[in-house]
Ligand binder design. Structure first.
Ligand code: SPV
Ligand code: MG
Length: 290
């Protein structure tokens, strides 16, 4: 069974999918252990991991390699953030072929021009593609997938670009008409009302996806009460949690003049051994090394 099917079954069963950002196989494994339904192979997180801004600097190959590495180490379905699809509809065809083969469950393609600028930055230069051109990209993705359950998610940045509700709804409807399985509508407003207004006005059949980074008050209870939302993506919490932890521990080691105090507050090395699968190494040594 393909991983797209796993996502669809999870949605049918639970009514809402919780997808956690991951930038590595290790973070994906932690998301799996915490009980998330899938991982978001975030372009923002991977860019930051390389110390780079999320402005189309990371290549498709770099991101795809990470998706492959995650797929090989985690059973969770991967929702791959492929930004603008790395170019035009021809680039989308190439990307979908490779991401599906790499084991992704879904791709999210956004309606900005390439190269794109990260969505949440204040004063970001947010340029949108013509609707027809983006429909061509969605149609290309849908025509390329081999597994019918591989999800093509169209993301509109109309609200991010300040184009307003009407344009966001027009674009979402156009992308659903082009064959998108779901619509991701992104917002950087600090409160949920912009997204809530969109969701209430949405009459399309395609389920909605949100990334509530900027409006964290949109919690599960509120999402369920609103209805219409199939997937919530926690967009960068793997990276931000790890930065918080590293900043804290590094500062304390400098301040304390050693690792003697922090040692009890961080996971023991044995926990890393567990996450790395050292048990299996021991078993394999006993079985095969002579
Ligand atoms: C990402 O995590 O790469 C996203 C979400 O696309 S955002 O950074 O909010 O644009
Ligand atoms: Mg992204």
């Amino acid at each position: 069974m393909g991983q797209g099917r796993t996502l669809k079954d999870g949605l049918a069963e639970r009514g809402l999918l919780h997808v956690m950002a991951a930038h590595s196989p290790l973070s994906a494994r932690l998301a799996e252990e915490a009980g998330f339904d899938g991982v978001w192979a975030s372009g923002f997180e991977l860019s930051a991991l390389y110390g780079l801004p999320d402005v189309s600097l990371i290549s498709m190959t770099q991101h795809l390699d990470m998706v492959r590495a995650i797929a090989s180490q985690s059973a969770l379905p991967i929702v791959a953030d492929i930004d603008t699809g790395f170019g035009n509809a021809l680039n989308v065809i190439h990307a979908v072929e490779h991401y599906e083969r790499a084991g992704a469950a879904a791709v999210v393609i956004e309606d900005k021009t390439f190269p794109k600028v990260t969505s949440l930055v204040a004063g970001g230069r947010q340029e949108l593609l013509r609707i027809e051109e983006f429909q061509g990209k969605i149609e290309a993705a849908v025509a390329t997938r081999r597994d019918r359950d591989f999800l093509v998610i169209a993301r509109t940045e109309a609200l991010i670009a300040g184009r307003g509700q009407e344009e966001a709804l027009t674009r979402a409807a156009a992308y659903a008409a082009a064959g998108a399985d779901m619509i991701l509508v992104h917002s950087k407003q600090r409160t949920p009302d912009e997204i809530e207004r969109f969701v209430r006005a949405w009459t399309g059949a395609a389920p909605l996806v949100i990334v509530p980074t900027a409006y964290p008050d949109m919690n599960e209870a509120r999402i369920r009460a609103l209805g219409g939302i199939a997937m919530v993506i926690y967009g960068n919490h793997a990276l931000r949690a790890s930065v918080t932890a590293m900043q804290d521990v590094f500062a304390r080691i400098r301040r304390d003049g050693g690792i003697h105090h922090v040692d009890r507050d961080i996971v023991p090395v044995e926990e890393i051994f567990r996450l790395q699968g050292m048990d299996r190494v021991k078993d394999d040594e006993a079985r095969f090394l002579r």
